[in-house]
Ligand binder design. Structure first.
Ligand code: NAG
Ligand code: NAG
Ligand code: NAG
Ligand code: NAG
Ligand code: NAG
Ligand code: NAG
Ligand code: NAG
Length: 225
């Protein structure tokens, strides 16, 4: 077995956590609904925030705490995941779908990497290696065309994307998993670095569970679209 030093305590969970919670405890779900109320809609920029979502600074009785979002500068809506943060791009109340993108993907900086984790059907590993890996399985993660000159005294880091289905025997011992980045493709093998970033910037679509009249529906994370 290769030594696989994962820095992730668990898979990053967000919406599926909530869903699991309401499926396991439908009574709790009802109780929460009675306590928490629909306070109508509020806006963060032009994003409509309505029940079950709430904003951090809304009155405490509005919406559900498990669906709490943050509004930054009345401009961007974010949600905290197990690891990292995601921007909420769109909320479709009609089909219980939320579209989000990793906040660590600052498009202006070629050094930024998708380091937020979320439980999702499709994801890829982001690994940090102490040496360059010459393997077609290891897809270069850096978008920078010219490498910055790092002083030779500093340990060098080489970041790669690895498909989620990579066999344990293909994990290089020089690498550490930094994130399980959600991506809406089934298999990243053979994809180019720009293609992966293009996909990442489209975000991921996640369904939240519907919980009404004591019935809770199992959410399904969307298939590739
Ligand atoms: C954002 O701005 C809109 C329009 O000015 C306002 O209606 C809304 O309450 C603001 N939202 C927050 C969270 O400050
Ligand atoms: C909104 O975000 C943009 C960057 O996306 C920023 O330049 C602008 O200052 C922000 N506006 C406010 C009111 O914070
Ligand atoms: C915001 O979305 C909710 C849920 O779909 C809807 O009922 C409400 O009318 C919307 N509010 C506005 C001002 O568009
Ligand atoms: C949800 O609804 C929006 C708007 O109607 C649509 O664009 C999107 O494709 C729908 N998503 C799913 C998974 O049905
Ligand atoms: C990558 O690993 C190096 C040590 O090998 C560490 O100093 C650095 O912080 C790591 N980078 C990230 C983004 O985790
Ligand atoms: C990487 O491996 C391929 C064959 O697997 C080889 O042709 C190539 O020279 C190697 N590149 C480096 C930089 O070692
Ligand atoms: C992923 O795609 C590659 C190349 O397209 C293919 O060889 C491989 O079998 C696929 N892996 C899985 C698990 O589907």
């Amino acid at each position: 077995m290769p030594k696989l030093k994962s820095k992730l305590p668990l898979l990053g969970h967000l919406m599926p956590d909530i869903a699991l919670f309401v499926i396991l405890f439908p009574g709790v779900c009802l109780a929460r609904q009675l306590i928490n109320q629909d306070c109508g809609s509020t806006f963060c920029g032009n994003l409509n925030i309505s029940f079950p979502f709430r904003l951090k600074n809304q009155p405490p009785q509005c919406g559900l705490y498990d669906f709490e979002l943050e509004c930054e500068n009345n401009n961007s809506t974010t949600v905290v995941a197990r690891k990292g943060k995601f921007f909420v791009q769109q909320i479709f109340y009609e089909n219980y779908t939320i579209q989000m993108v990793d906040t660590s993907l600052d498009t202006d900086d070629c050094n930024s990497l998708p380091l937020s984790s979320l439980y999702y059907n499709y994801y890829m590993y982001v690994v940090n290696c102490t040496e360059p890996i010459n393997s077609s399985l290891y897809i270069e993660a850096s978008r920078c065309t010219t490498k910055s000159n790092t002083s030779s005294s500093l340990p060098t880091s080489h970041f790669y994307f690895l498909d989620a289905k990579t066999r344990p025997s293909d994990f290089n011992q020089a690498c550490t998993i930094e994130a399980e980045a959600p991506i809406m493709v089934e298999n990243i093998t053979g994809m180019s670095t720009p293609d992966i970033y293009k996909k990442l910037l489209e975000g991921v679509w996640v369904k939240w569970s519907r919980c009404q009249y004591q019935s809770c529906y199992k959410p399904d994370v969307l298939k590739e679209m």
